[in-house]
Design a protein around this ligand. Structure first.
Ligand code: PGA
Length: 251
C-alpha cells in the first residue's frame, strides 16, 4: 500500500516567531489528525532546526523546499542536501514550478538535485505540472512526461522507488482555481502509466502521487477520493493550522 501524504509548503512566509507559533498550533492539533496520513511541514530553511525541535515529540515530518545541485564547496548562498539531512529533515521538494519559472531550474539541474537528495537519505518530492497555455494547447501530457522522464528516469529501480511525485498544474497554484477531480485523476493515472512502462507495475503502484494547486478543506475530499491521488502538496492553506488539519482529515 502506498503512503498517503499531506505536505504543507510554507514557501517564503513567516518569520521565525510566526513559524514557531504555527508549528506549536500543529503540535496541539496533532491528536486530531487522521492517523493514516503522513503529515509533512516544509518551512523555510532558516526555521527547520527550531521547528524540528518543536515537533520532535510528534509524528509530523519536516521537509525543505529546495536543495543545491552540487554536493558542497564554493557555491555561496546554496544549501546542500547533506546540510538539510543533518537537521532531521526527511523530505525535500525539488522542481517546484516557482523554482522552474523564477530560478531557471531545468530538468537536468533537478535530476542532479534528486540524486543528491537520495544519496543523503532525503525523500524527494519531485514536482511537475503544465502552464495554462500548455494545457490550452493540449500539451499537458507531453510536458509532464518530459519533466518526469528527464528528471527521474535515469534512476535505478531502487532509487526510483524512493521518490514522491507532486503534480501541480501551474494555473492552479495560488490562483484559487483547482483542477477538477477528474482532471487530477486523468493526469495522475497517466503518470502512473508512464512509470509502469518504465519501472513495472509493482513500483508504479507503490509511488505516492500528490496533487497540488489551491487545495482547501472544502475541495480536498473530492480530489483525494480519486484512485491515483495519494494526497496533496499544500501552499496557502498550510499557513493556517485549522485549514491544514481540515485537509489532512479530508481523506
Ligand atoms: P497553493 O500552492 O496551495 O497555494 O495553490 C501549492 C503549491 O505551490 O505547492
Amino acid at each position: 500500500m502506498r503512503k498517503q501524504i499531506v505536505a504543507g509548503n510554507w514557501k517564503m512566509n513567516t518569520n521565525i516567531a510566526e513559524g514557531i507559533s504555527l508549528a506549536l498550533e500543529l503540535r496541539e492539533l496533532e491528536n486530531k489528525f487522521n492517523d493514516n496520513i503522513e503529515v509533512v511541514v516544509i518551512p523555510p530553511f532558516t526555521h527547520i532546526s527550531e521547528i524540528s525541535n518543536v515537533l520532535s515529540d510528534t509524528d509530523i515530518k519536516i521537509g525543505a523546499q529546495n536543495c543545491a545541485s552540487e554536493e558542497k564547496g564554493a557555491y555561496t548562498g546554496e544549501i546542500s542536501a547533506e546540510m538539510i539531512a543533518s537537521l532531521e529533515a526527511k523530505y525535500v521538494t525539488i522542481g517546484h514550478s516557482e523554482r522552474r519559472a523564477y530560478y531557471g531550474e531545468t530538468n537536468s539541474i533537478l535530476n542532479k538535485k534528486v540524486k543528491l537528495a537520495i544519496k543523503n537519505n532525503l525523500t524527494p518530492i519531485y514536482c511537475c505540472g503544465e502552464k495554462l497555455e500548455e494545457r490550452e494547447a493540449k500539451n499537458h501530457f507531453d510536458v509532464v512526461k518530459t519533466q518526469i522522464s528527464e528528471g527521474l528516469f535515469d534512476l535505478d529501480n531502487k532509487d526510483f522507488s524512493k521518490i514522491v511525485i507532486a503534480y501541480e498544474p501551474v494555473w492552479a497554484i495560488g490562483t484559487g482555481v483547482t483542477a477538477s477531480p477528474e482532471q487530477a485523476q486523468e493526469i495522475h493515472e497517466f503518470i502512473r502509466n508512464i512509470i509502469t512502462e518504465k519501472y513495472g507495475k509493482e513500483i508504479a503502484e507503490n509511488i505516492s502521487i500528490l496533487y497540488g494547486g489551491s487545495v482547501k478543506p472544502s475541495n480536498a475530499n473530492e480530489i483525494f477520493g480519486k484512485t491515483d491521488v495519494d494526497g496533496g502538496l499544500i501552499g496557502g492553506a498550510a499557513l493556517k493550522s485549522n485549514d491544514f488539519m481540515g485537509i489532512i482529515n479530508a481523506f
